[in-house]
Design a protein around this ligand. Structure first.
Ligand code: HPA
Length: 271
């Protein structure tokens, strides 16, 4: 059932471009600019793509861009789907299935998040080495899609150690600070309470955000090489005694956007 839908989406995308993407890139809040840098690009609004959801989140353009960068062919999602938008976990992760079926073996996920680690400042970048799924749901619940992966997928190698090392080495060469740490996925859309943030700190989270975990689980299920990088847009609730806003998240993500997209482009070039 899922496989048939995915095949329809893949045929549609193939009818729009003859480029064969090798790397998938999901651009999070305020980070969409990289999509505009692709050459020979073919851009498809999500509403035209069979079985795709629509982007409703602020700062998410809602289109797929397939094009070339640094000698590689990329499929970029300018905007993703979130659980808090009311989509099912299957809808949120559907594009990852499509990427896999298109022959993409490497996935890069990006996001904006709140920092819990006292060493992190707004605008800092962090490569995700592991996650805590605190979303209360899992995209693999339901009949297993054997064509994609096994019923009980391993999660100890979800974030590629080789790609993480590549990202760290690239950042070092570019003089960019790239922290590493654990991302805790929270459903949102309300921000966390200060008490929740204190609990998440005790659980070992470095940052908290409302995305990425579902896509990472599905990427693990279909054995894609995964790299995930977060932009810390704010200190998490209660760390400073100030209210959080979605506008602040987009603003800081935009400010850090140039550094972030420069790093991503260089990482892609070295892959
Ligand atoms: N919490 C959850 N998600 C976020 C945050 C936050 O503080 N900042 C950006 N995305």
């Amino acid at each position: 059932m899922l496989q048939k839908k995915v095949e329809e989406t893949v045929s549609f995308i193939r009818s729009k471009t003859s480029l064969q993407p090798e790397i998938g890139l999901v651009l999070g809040s305020g980070l969409g600019a990289l999509g505009e840098q692709l050459e020979e690009a073919c851009s498809i609004p999500y509403e035209e793509i069979p079985h795709f959801a629509r982007s409703t989140a602020p700062g998410h353009k809602g289109r797929l861009i397939i094009g070339r960068m640094k000698g590689k062919t990329l499929l970029c999602m300018q905007g993703r789907f979130h659980y808090y938008e009311g989509y099912t976990m299957q809808q949120v992760t559907y594009p990852v299935r499509v990427m896999k079926a298109l022959g993409i073996g490497t996935l890069i996920l990006t996001n904006s998040c709140g920092g819990l680690n006292p060493d992190f400042d707004p605008g800092d970048l962090m490569v995700i080495t592991d996650h805590i799924n605190y979303m209360g749901a899992n995209p693999l619940i339901g009949p297993n899609e054997d064509a994609f992966g096994t019923r009980f997928p391993d999660m100890t190698r979800t974030y590629s150690r080789d790609l993480t090392a590549l990202a760290k080495a690239t950042a070092k060469d570019m003089g960019i600070t790239l922290h590493e740490g654990i991302y805790l996925g929270y459903s949102g859309p309300s921000f966390e309470t200060p008490a929740e943030i204190r609990m998440f700190k005790q659980l070992g989270a470095s940052v908290v955000g409302m995305s990425t975990v579902p896509e990472a689980i599905v990427a693990s299920h279909c054995r894609m090489n995964l790299l995930a990088i977060s932009c810390v847009t704010n200190l998490a609730a209660g760390i400073l005694d100030v209210p959080l806003t979605g506008e602040e998240v987009i603003e800081v993500a935009n400010q850090a956007g140039k550094k972030f997209t420069g790093l991503l482009a260089e990482i892609v070039g070295r892959m």
